[in-house]
Design a protein around this ligand. Sequence first.
Ligand code: OAD
Length: 236
Amino acid sequence: MIDAARRLITSAARIVSFSGAGLSVESGVPTFRDAATGGLWTKHDPMRLASPQGFAEDPALVVDWYAHRRRAIARATPNPAHLALAGRRDMTHVTQNVDDLLHRAGAGRIIQLHGSITADRCNGRCGYSEQIDLWNPPPLRICPKCPDRLRPDVVWFGEMLPVNAWHQAQKACSACDLLLVIGTSAVVYPAAGLIGLARSAGAGIIIVNTEPTEASDLADIELLGKAGEIVPKLLG
Ligand code: OAD
């Protein structure tokens, strides 16, 4: 199966990766839904910690929880899958991950569909945003430009995706020859719809995941195993 997947990769001119939390789990960053790897939503209520309503009800709780995640991501380092992806300068990387591990691995074109945990932005409409220090994450703060609060610059449940990132991702996925889908349960929309979009536009689909997912039926080749072991074999 690996050889067949490598042949598909070699014959593709435009390759895009589409990743989820399973890409970063071997770096020590937990997934959301995978109980085996301590999935965050198996232990915490996403509506309290990752929704506009949760932030309105208890903003300090939300910011404290993100501070904990930020410190964990600061301690993490890119794993062999991030490094193998970064080694392919010709690829575009569409990711649902809010961590910066693809950036730290040195990847070129990265499209973050769900925002970035490395920045705060105004919870109101003034448009203020700033990079934060993952090692020393800020507490709950007031925006320096308006009376609203700052919040992590990530997409929460019920919120729109960043418009530019979404348009760029749709463009990349509808124009690629091959979509390499890594470590996502493919249940969160609209992001998961990119797999079907690429497929309907004629792209080959290779999935790398430790288990079958909602997108398994769309795959030309599904490789079951750890991203950190399989992705370097595919791209090396
Ligand atoms: P999930 O937690 O839903 O899925 C993680 C996937 O990674 C599962 O399918 C696992 O089987 C797989 N997996 C676990 N370990 C792996 C490994 N070592 N190698 C390869 N695969 C592995 O995470 P996402 O699909 O990323 O949204 O979740 C999508 C969105 O839901 C996230 O971006 C987040 C969450 O709510 C927002 O924050 C808006």
